[in-house]
Structure formats: C-alpha cells, structure tokens
Design a protein around this ligand. Structure first.
Ligand code: ZN
Length: 436
C-alpha cells in the first residue's frame, strides 16, 4: 500500500512538473522576409549580456523561426548576411508563461556591391554533424549558409562524405548551388579536397604522424576528381603542414592556401607572411579564407566568416566560380569588400604586361557592412612584393576608392589589404605585373 502511494505521488509529481513546464514556456514565432519573400535567417537570442540561444529558420521552411523561451524579456538579433551584406535587425520581446509572441521582420535591402562588381561568396571549409566533432545537421547547413548570404555552399567533413547526400538533397530542393568536398584529416596535417564525392581517404601512418609524404594521399584525392587541394590552417599548431616546408617529404602539389581560418589569429598572420614569400618566388598559390565552422548554435563559431569572394564573369555558376578561383580571381575577408583593378581591366589573378618604367594604374573600391554600434573603414594598404608601398587613412568611412600608380622596373605582384574600424580585415589575391 505504502509502495503504491509512493508510485502515485511520483507519477502525479512528474505530471505536475510537465504541466508547469508546458505552462511556463512561451514561444516566439518569427517570420522573416526580404523584399516580401520568406528569407533564411539566423536569430541570436540575448538576455542582458548573455546569448541564451541561436536559432535558424529550417531549410524546409525558410523565414519561419520558432523559439521556445521561458518568461522574460529578450533581445532578438535577426541576422541575414553575417555582417557582410546588411546589418542585423534587433527586436525586443517579452515572453509570458505559456504565451505566444508573433513577430514579422522585414529585412533591410542589402547594401553589398559585391555582385554588382561580379564577386560571389563561398566558404570553402566547414563541417556538418557527419564530422566526429561537429553538430550542424547537414540538411540544415543549407539554411545556415543561406542565412549567411553565401552564394555557393561547401561541405568538407573530416574524412567522410556521409553528409553529402542529405546536404545535396536539401540544397537541390532550395536551388542552392553547392560544391561537395572533404577535409582529409590526418592527426598532424589537414587538406581540403574538392569537388569530390564521398570517399574515405587512405592515409598512411607516416602521414598521420606528419613525417611522411602526402603524395599518395594527394594522388588518391585527384583520382576521386579533386580539382583543388587546399592547405588548411597550415600553421595552426594542431595541424601545421607548413612546418614540413623544406623537409624532403613536403609535397607542394596543392593550389589553395587558407590564409584565414575562423577567428584571425597568429597562425593566420604567419600564413600570410609565408604566402608573400611564395608569391615572391613566383609560386602562384591562391589565398582563400573559410570559417571552418562546426557548431551552428555556438555564437563563437559562425559559418561564412571569414569567406572567399570570387570574380565571375557573366552569369554565376558553381563551375565558373571554381574556374575563377583556380585563376586567383578572389579576395579573402572578415567583412570589408574590395574591388581591385589595374589598367581598368585586370583583376586579382590577372597578369599585366608592362615595359620597364611604364605606369601600372591600380584602383580599389572598398566597402564595409554597417553593424550595430557602427563601423567603417580604418585603413587600406597597397602592398607590392610583400612591402607596404602606401597606407591610406580612411577615417571610418563606410566606402572609399583608392588609386595608386607605380612604375615597376621588375616583375612583381600587388595586393590590397583593408582594415575596418572593428579590426576586421580583407586581403586580395595578387595582380601580377610582368615587366619586359
Ligand atoms: Zn582542419
């Protein structure tokens, strides 16, 4: 008898707790539109200084975000563009126990000139839950990338293509162009390979340990169709492939170098220095930037930042984006946008042929996204062969055009580096000057 009453009390207790919980939790239903049409968004829920949740509209129902919240007042940061294409919309909501708050948010028009310049954004290194260390469902990665206003989606899980099918199906349903890849992950070194379909790389033990030639692994990726091999975070202490530079087993057979991987840190700066040396030696590796994001709900791990913008002539397709990437027609950015040209026609990746002493006329249009709290352009540098030729103070303006002319006496290369007032940076790939 006593035992039965204990059970009854427990069951009633659990039921009571369930009802209390059901009554205690409210819901925000947010509908986001852009030019009147449902738009994929990321919603960061803040309370005071704390981020209490990150939500997205599902890939299958763009623009509709359902957020369960306990009673209280919250700030919703509704983001489309990840600080690259438009500022976020902020909304304050008060949720009552069991209550429902309906919110319609019309996103501001994008200000980004990138597409008008012919540049399209991709994030060529990121992960889904198919990776052992990531949480983003592959089918929801599409919504995450659309909410970041990426024009081209990538998926590069660690040594697996298990996420490819659900990601590709979700992308096809949304008409979102994608490139499938893989991050060949050895304990000591990491490379991205794309485009490839699912395969499991065979990685010899010496490569795992970082003391053997990756040539067979590279060859295997090529046999799987990989047009690009990318040296990922090559000075990150966890997988520093460039520490192998100069060793007999170092294989230079990659095309792309990740100069910016996630938050900008010392190892990224070291990679940029190394790239300057490669370019000075005439080794035309292409610089890319990628988020290497793993966790869609981690506020410190945003997808799409940094990213790589690639110049595509005419109508945008994934194929043309990859072609142009291979030619180095790209810039890498955490926020600022750069349209660098020489002689009015040459872009990064192009070669301008000059007679000795002939004038090279460089011009760069610069823009940075507005953000809450405001930000602008701090400075730009014109860099030749790794040396800063001139620094331009930009006084916090949201946009600027810089011009510079040089009369090189020897062949070399030119890039622009831009820094925003919040420290966000961008780097172009080189325009090459061939002096005869
Ligand atoms: Zn990696």
């Amino acid at each position: 008898m006593a035992r039965q009453r204990w059970w009854l009390a427990a069951v009633l207790g659990i039921a009571w707790a369930g009802i209390a919980l059901a009554q205690g939790v409210g819901e925000v239903v947010l509908r986001a539109t852009l030019e009147g049409r449902p738009a994929d968004v990321k919603v960061l829920v803040g309370q005071g200084e704390k981020v209490v949740g990150i939500h997205y509209s599902p890939t299958a129902s763009p623009g509709i975000v359902r957020i369960p919240l306990s009673p209280g007042t919250y700030t919703l940061v509704v983001d489309r563009g990840a600080g690259f294409t438009r500022p976020p919309v902020l909304r304050e909501v008060t949720v009552e126990a069991g209550g429902k708050v309906e919110l319609d948010v019309e996103l501001p028009l994008g200000f980004s000139p990138a597409q008008a310049w012919g540049y399209y954004a991709g994030d060529p290194h990121n992960h889904s839950a198919a990776s052992f260390d990531a949480s983003t469902p592959p089918e929801e990665l599409v919504a995450v990338q659309l909410a970041a206003d990426l024009d081209l989606g990538f998926l590069t899980d660690h040594n697996t293509g298990a996420g490819h099918a659900p990601y590709a199906a979700a992308a096809a349903a949304r008409g979102f162009p994608i490139v499938l890849g893989i991050e060949i992950t050895a304990f000591r070194w990491h490379w991205n390979a794309f485009p490839v379909q699912a395969y499991v790389p065979q990685i010899p033990p010496l490569v795992w340990m970082g003391v053997g030639s990756p040539a067979p692994t590279f060859a295997e990726a090529r046999a799987q169709g990989a047009r690009f091999l990318q040296a990922n975070h090559p000075y990150w202490p966890g997988a520093p492939y460039f520490e192998a530079l100069g060793k007999p087993y170092f294989d230079p057979g990659f095309e792309l170098v990740e100069i910016a991987n996630g938050p900008f840190e010392d190892d990224d700066a070291r990679t940029i220095e190394k790239m300057f040396k490669f370019w000075n030696e005439g080794r035309r590796y292409v610089a890319v930037g990628a988020s290497d994001a793993h966790d869609w709900k981690d506020p410190a791990d945003p997808y799409g930042r940094p990213r790589t913008y690639v110049y595509v002539e005419g109508e945008f397709t994934a194929e043309k984006w990859l072609d142009a990437l291979g030619r180095g027609r790209a810039f890498v950015t955490y926020g600022p946008l750069v349209n660098l040209t020489a002689q009015g026609w040459a872009r990064p990746g192009d070669t301008v042929t000059l007679k000795a002493g002939e004038e090279l006329r460089l011009r760069a249009e610069l823009v940075v996204a507005p953000r809450e709290g405001g930000r602008g352009l701090a400075l730009a540098q014109m860099v030749r062969n790794g040396e800063v030729l001139r620094e331009f103070a930009l006084d916090g303006k949201p946009e600027a055009t810089i011009t510079f002319s040089d009369r090189p006496t020897a062949s070399g290369w030119y890039i622009v580096r831009v820094v925003a007032t919040d420290g966000d940076q961008a780097w172009t790939n080189p325009i090459w000057a061939q002096v005869n």
